[in-house]
Design a protein. Structure first.
Lengths: 115, 114
């Protein structure tokens, strides 16, 4: 069955430090991969997406992610974290067989940023 | 472009009641998906509507039903509410182009069942 695992439930970093959020997926075909961010009480905003091609993708707000097929991973990185990056981050995979744009999400990683 | 809009933003219902949530997709989008996000969890797929029909469904009981209108807007209905239905309900819109598109999410409706 398709699944997404985000091993880190909660991460705390200092402002200005680098960040890496882990995401592993289980999927029977070539996946489309996404990272979304959610601020408290808000909906989901797309940070970046991978469909094919270059395995290093750039997103908004200075985020990037690298697709590693051999490791079934799609980790999110940022070289220097800002206090405004504090939020919850979700990795997602889709579409499922049959298409239809259905997404499967991980449980999320909550990021706290110390000043 | 107003993006995906959902109403209401918050709702409190009593166990056993019925509720209807509404969603207007992003301009140009023809597909609407609904997700349930319980506290501290990732969103879970409920179902998806395209051309006014439900074309895919997640692991949710029949108490959850929906509708899509000719203007692509959608409703999510939940009957016989349970305490466990308390969650943030997210609507996402996209284009029915085989998956190589991104889904845009609304701000969600926070449903509390008491």
């Amino acid at each position: 069955a398709q699944s997404v695992t985000q091993p880190d439930i909660h991460i705390t970093v200092s402002e200005g430090a680098s960040l890496e959020l882990r995401c592993n997926y289980s999927y029977g075909a070539t996946p489309y991969l996404f990272w979304y961010v959610q601020s408290p009480g808000q909906g989901l905003q797309l940070l970046l997406k991978y469909f094919s091609g270059d395995t290093l993708v750039q997103g908004i707000k200075g985020f990037e992610a690298e697709f590693k097929r051999s490791q079934s991973s799609f980790n999110l990185r940022k070289p220097s974290v800002h206090w405004s990056d504090a939020a919850e981050y979700f990795c997602a995979v889709g579409p499922l067989p049959g298409g239809y744009n259905k997404l499967i999400f991980g449980a999320g990683t909550r990021l706290a940023v110390h000043p | 472009d107003a993006g995906v809009t959902q109403s209401p933003t918050h709702l409190i219902k009593t166990r056993g009641q019925q509720v209807t949530l509404r969603c207007s997709p992003k301009s140009g989008h023809d597909t609407v998906s609904w997700y349930q996000q319980a506290l501290g969890q990732g969103p879970q797929f409920i179902f998806q509507y395209y051309e006014e029909e439900e074309r895919q469904r997640g692991n949710f009981p029949d108490r959850f039903s929906g509708h899509q209108f000719p203007n692509y807007s959608s409703e999510l209905n939940v009957n016989a509410l349970l305490l466990g239905d308390s969650a943030l309900y997210l609507c996402a819109s996209s284009l029915a182009s085989g998956g190589r598109t991104e889904a845009f999410f609304g701000q969600g409706t926070r449903l509390t069942v008491v």
